[in-house]
Design a protein. Structure first.
Length: 181
């Protein structure tokens, strides 16, 4: 039993070390063009960042479909979608789960926005959001606010799922103040 506790402690330590390394590197720079992507959603429809030009984009990465924190975050975006849309924003979720998993998650919680399948983790890596634990990869819970010209306006690297959507709405209100609707 003692070896199990030591092994678990080593796994936790390694995860924290890798998490810090992932956070420190590869983050796109605020004010610069956001990395483009081409990924399928839960309906196998192809999405690219380029196709959202002219709109604000809330690009949020999350670890796993149908888990407590990810469900709370996705449902908050769903519940606040009218406000986000009114501010000219599109919400896009990304994880390393496949399209079939996304389809079940979206159907179960009535999620009306695209959930993109980044199965290889390449897009998550381009945003500094990939956590590679060797035997498995997950997306870190990072969000990026991208302006209508495709530039990274803000990043959120310490997301609190219960209030994250409201935080985005408040920031968008500030950023869009004075813009024509």
């Amino acid at each position: 039993m003692k070896w199990f506790a030591v092994f678990a402690a080593l796994i936790i330590f390694a995860s924290l070390f890798v998490a810090r390394a992932a956070r420190a590197g590869n983050l796109p720079e605020i004010g610069k063009p956001a990395p483009d992507f081409k990924l399928n959603d839960q309906h196998e429809k192809l999405h690219s960042l380029q196709s959202y030009r002219g709109k604000w984009v809330v690009l949020y990465f999350y670890p796993k479909d149908d888990t407590p924190g990810c469900t709370q975050e996705a449902c908050a975006f769903r519940d606040d979608l009218a406000q986000l849309t009114e501010l000219g924003a599109k919400v896009i979720g990304v994880s390393v789960d496949d399209s079939a998993s996304h389809a079940g998650f979206a159907k179960k919680y009535h999620l009306p926005f695209p959930l993109l399948a980044d199965k290889q983790g390449e897009v998550a890596a381009s945003y500094g959001a990939l956590l590679n634990l060797g035997v498995m990869k997950v997306a870190r819970r990072f969000t990026f606010l991208i302006d209508p010209q495709g530039n990274l306006k803000q990043d959120y690297l310490n997301v609190e799922t219960s209030r994250h959507s409201k935080e985005i709405i408040e920031d968008l209100k500030k950023l869009t103040a004075g813009e024509p609707k």
